[in-house]
Ligand binder design. Sequence first.
Ligand SMILES: Cc1cc2nc3c(=O)[nH]c(=O)nc-3n(C[C@H](O)[C@H](O)[C@H](O)COP(=O)(O)OP(=O)(O)OC[C@H]3O[C@@H](n4cnc5c(N)ncnc54)[C@H](O)[C@@H]3O)c2cc1C
Length: 504
Amino acid sequence: MKRDGTNKSFWQDVDIENFSTDPAILDFHTIVVGAGITGVTLAKELQNRGIKCLLLDKENPGFGTTGGTTAHINNFYDASYNEIIENFGKDPNQLLLNATLEVLDYIKDNISKYSIQCAYSTCDFFLFSAESGQNEQLEQIYAAHQQLGLPTHYVETIPFDIPFEKAICIEGQAQFHPMRYIAGMIEAYRREGGEILTGRGIETYSNEDGRVKLKLSGKEVYTAKNIIWATHVPPGKNRFNFLLAPYRSYVLTLKLHGEPEALGQAADLYDPYHYFRYHRSDKEHYLIVGGFDHKTGDDQQTEQHFADLKLWVDQHFDYDELTASWSSQYYDSADGLPFIGSMPNENNVYIATGYGGNGMTFGSMASLVIPDLLEGKENPLAELLSPSRIKPVASAQQVLSEGVNAAKHFIMDKFSAESLKEVESLQPAEGKIVHYRERKLAICRDMEGELHAVNSVCPHMGCTVSWNPSEMSWDCPCHGSRFGMNGKLLNGPASVDLGRVNFD
Ligand SMILES: Cc1cc2nc3c(=O)[nH]c(=O)nc-3n(C[C@H](O)[C@H](O)[C@H](O)COP(=O)(O)OP(=O)(O)OC[C@H]3O[C@@H](n4cnc5c(N)ncnc54)[C@H](O)[C@@H]3O)c2cc1C
């Protein structure tokens, strides 16, 4: 399977099919766009409720972040419960926790109902302060868990050989092989007559008089009453361009000498934090470690992040060999909770996005919310996660800082062009923005030595893209759109490629 990055993730061993046969019917109740964990789970859930849907992806299933995740299935979030209590109050928080526990059971039930072999296991999570300055934060998190009744206790030891000040054990976590999980869900969906079409981009999209119309590359036009964008930022210019911020995180997988005493997951409290977990795959045991996150496009020394992560791993863990290293992109929401539900001002368009590093749980939670909304049922989570919510206190500061960041790129981009002579000195896997006849071009050299020149202006909202040397892609620092070396669109919200440029 392919992924939206050059580095191969640990999960890409799955031989996932491309589904290129056009469905015999053209009209559906609902079209789900995006075959990551969100879209695949939604398609299966809708099918279970007797709703005829079409699942679409412009690439293969798992091409996006689901193919580059670390697949912890957690009952707590990057925005800790004490922060969520502060922003949203205790009752909504209790509601969220109850829904979260329901989601964990839902994933487990899917695995057992559809007999999915996906290395699913349960374990505890150990959150620790690595230095005394982090103790207070840990205590606040512990207190919020006590308040909500999430089983959490202080421990003297953790199942990783890493020094810490204080540690808490948060019970009831799970983990799996995400690609095997979604492959199994797709298999079950298809077995029961579900329609899926992959490898076909959307050429035109319209939504008039309550009818959604999609023209795909090729000739087909599919229609539906509803559309669900399970593609992170919904396409086009909308408020989510300002309420979501793209981040990149780095991951290594290390084969271990033997079997750890117990499976477990852990993280410290640095910002960005280091996160790690054991993984049992068939008979082998691995350590999956992530960290060194940064806002997309803000740091072009992406190779350095791998080196820093590797150094940190070498300082703290014993292992046999490094088996995979990759990076991937997630989206933080302005107030820490995802946006799951109806697109503001549109009653037949739904979105599910802004999961931060918790998309296994939140991506699955979308299936506990959106199908109810489609069926006109009340859903207790709908208000809390509503994409229309306005939480000025919670989000203002964050929105402002993300907005300032985007603005910084708009302004700095005008002054940061390199001169054309630098093109010649570009090394394989290097890319630069250069001036060429009054224009700024994005130019890179591939591993075969060939130069590729594309327009440097992201077609979404006009920011200048940045080179990501480790994944060999052009990433937009403003809203997270990403493009291959030849300008091909990898991730939205942009909906078209960066135009290619000829030098003649
Ligand atoms: C390094 C890293 C580690 C993480 N670890 C964890 C973790 O341990 N636990 C956890 O819960 N979460 C984790 N996350 C977050 C989680 O992986 C994601 O939130 C989740 O995978 C998102 O799933 P998704 O289905 O919404 O999106 P994706 O998996 O990105 O799927 C979106 C799909 O939409 C398709 N698409 C996009 N635009 C279009 C279009 N216009 N037309 C057709 N198709 C389109 C893409 O091809 C893609 O296949 C991590 C994220 C990162 C980056």
